[in-house]
Design a protein around this ligand. Structure first.
Ligand SMILES: Cc1cc2nc3c(=O)[nH]c(=O)nc-3n(C[C@H](O)[C@H](O)[C@H](O)COP(=O)(O)OP(=O)(O)OC[C@H]3O[C@@H](n4cnc5c(N)ncnc54)[C@H](O)[C@@H]3O)c2cc1C
Ligand code: SF4
Length: 527
């Protein structure tokens, strides 16, 4: 690694991958620091016994790919690894509905029309398609039959998956096989059929000279001492347990909603001009998991949710109820993971005691409890069989607060579910109606389970955009108010819930932000 670059990018998910790629395309020397490892097709877990080793933990398991963080009010699941959340996401690529941007929390320059061009740009790399109708997957038929019986119109989901013959990805040249319906999208695709960030934007950035350093976790941010000095970033090499530092005039934070907000909170004393809004507007994007247990209706039973891409279909009630419900799936050998949500005693023995102790510690402000492999000794129970899995998403109040706890300075998220209760009530109603149509027993995860307080895979906010530095940390291009050369380009800048899966909007905002950044740099060079 050099001592200095033109740009440092922290994190290699949607925001980081896009920033690295577009900056490298303009000839900048780029260094990407990523806390997780690089994953190849043979590196993903394929049975439940391996799942505990998929839990990322800085000291005990930096090679894991899920960061599961249980806090008092919420639990948050994110990805770790080159490619970030795209490694484990369900590939859904939906635009935010235009009305989302009517919320005054958004900067004036951002609306659906403004983002059109940038949404389109993300499709060059992520190449979303709907699941082919041939072969017709039982899970698709089951969802459609159930939705229609409940008086809803099912819609296919655009997903960033390559269907068809093996190919070299047109954006990056990386080899990938066509989707073979293995249902493993959320635990890593062994065929590389998912158009993930590592094999698209990051691969292209590397071809153009960007240097990517996996297992490098950033801790310290030092602003330039004088005009012309670089930003300096301190990191830990998680493999060799060493520390290092690197500098650049341009620093892009893209460590994700939790990662970036945490970094800025921890470095706040060195960055006194940061907005008071830091940590505000946390949203879980109204996430809730639900199950239709043991459906009996004709056309719905036998859904085989393990066969086909994890998410294929949705019903949308954004205008009427502010929510959407998508289907889900997991490989058969993993369906016990859902039992954790149902409160079935899957965490056993010492693992259960350790999670219990972490709960107590977190309530005292002592720990933010990233689960480690030893916490997750699961044993097989009754399989959920052909039950349908639903991912519910909606517009929650986006009024949570990310903070460091007093005294112990541990990361924490406060979120009062009661202030979004109307949304969750409408969700529960919709799930109940769908389950009735499916002849199934409804299970709504917010009501039960050790992780069921408010678990999300779509955390947003913490460094919200705003035209006014009093109410937002960054401007409409992701530039941090009060600091030249410092940008945030990830889910942290989204100031409201989006009501649909958010990665396409995060990616479009990053494409726009990096374009504005390069324009500003061009203007500065011309002066
Ligand atoms: C199981 C699951 C399914 C999902 N399905 C969908 C879906 O179908 N559609 C959708 O739109 N969204 C989905 N999401 C959400 C989606 O993955 C996120 O919204 C998206 O990845 C956020 O992008 P980002 O750029 O903000 O951050 P991320 O993609 O999370 O990238 C942040 C990166 O920064 C790294 N990092 C963090 N801290 C540091 C540090 N201190 N130093 C160095 N590196 C650091 C992380 O390891 C990570 O690689 C899903 C998420 C999960 C967990
Ligand atoms: S269904 Fe299987 S092959 Fe297809 S994208 Fe998902 S994990 Fe890959």
């Amino acid at each position: 690694m050099e001592r200095a670059y033109d740009a440092i990018v922290v994190g290699s998910g949607f925001g980081g991958g896009i920033a690295a790629c577009r900056l490298a395309e303009q000839g900048l020397s780029v260094c990407v620091l990523e806390r997780g490892r690089r994953f190849g097709p043979g590196d993903y877990p394929d049975r439940l016994a391996q799942f505990p080793h998929a839990l990322w933990h800085a000291r005990r398991n930096p090679g894991g790919m899920f960061d599961v963080r249980i806090m008092r009010d919420v639990a948050v699941v994110t990805g770790a690894g080159v490619g970030g959340g795209s490694l484990v996401y369900a590939n859904v690529q939906l635009r935010a509905p235009d009305e989302i941007f009517d919320d005054p929390a958004w900067p004036a320059a951002i609306d659906g029309r403004e983002l059109d061009r940038f949404y389109a740009r993300t499709e060059e790399a992520l190449d979303p398609r709907t699941t082919p109708r041939t072969p017709l997957l039982p899970k698709v038929t089951a969802f459609e039959t159930m939705a229609r019986a409940a008086g809803r119109e099912p819609l296919p989901l655009p997903i960033a998956v390559h269907f068809g013959p093996d190919r070299h990805h047109p954006f990056s040249g990386v080899f990938q096989q066509g989707c073979d319906n293995l249902g493993r999208c959320d635990v890593g695709c062994p065929r590389m059929s998912k158009n993930t960030i590592d094999i698209t934007y990051i691969a292209r950035a590397e071809t153009l000279g960007a240097e990517v350093y996996p297992l490098h976790e950033v801790h310290d941010i030092h602003p330039p001492g004088r005009d012309g000095d670089p930003w300096r970033v301190g990191f830990r090499d998680l493999q060799y347990k060493t520390k290092g530092e690197v500098g650049a005039p341009l620093l892009v934070l893209a460590a994700g909603t939790v990662g970036t907000t945490r970094l800025l909170l921890e470095n706040r004393r060195r960055l006194p001009r940061l907005s008071r809004a830091l940590g505000s507007r946390y949203s879980g994007n109204g996430d809730a998991l639900a199950l239709a247990l043991n459906p009996t209706a004709d056309g719905v039973k036998g859904a085989r949710t393990e066969f086909g891409p994890v998410m294929t279909s949705r019903i949308e009630e954004l205008a009427e109820r502010g929510l959407m419900i998508g289907d889900g799936g997991l490989p058969r050998s993993f369906d016990d993971v859902l039992e954790v949500l149902r409160g079935v005693r899957l965490l056993t023995g010492l693992g259960r005691i350790r999670v219990g102790m972490k709960n107590v510690a977190s309530n005292l402000g002592l720990s933010d409890r990233a689960l480690a492999p030893a916490d997750m000794r699961v044993k097989r129970r009754t399989p959920i069989g052909d039950s349908l899995i639903f991912l519910c998403i909606g517009r929650d109040a986006a009024d949570g607060e990310m903070r460091l706890t007093p005294v112990f300075r541990q990361f924490d998220i406060r979120f009062d579910r009661a202030r979004s209760a109307a949304l969750f009530d409408r969700m529960r109603e919709t799930v109940t109606e769908l389950c009735r149509a499916a002849g199934a027993t409804a299970f709504f995860a917010l009501d039960a389970g050790p992780l069921g307080n408010y678990i999300t895979v779509h955390p947003l906010g913490g460094c919200p955009m705003s035209d006014d530095p009093a109410t937002g940390v960054v401007d409409d291009a992701g530039k941090v108010h009060g600091y030249d050369g410092l940008y945030v380009l990830d889910g942290a800048i989204v100031p409201t819930a989006i009501g649909v899966n958010p990665s396409k909007t995060i990616a479009a905002l990053a494409e726009r932000g990096v374009e504005k950044l390069l324009e500003e740099r061009g203007r500065a060079a011309g002066r």
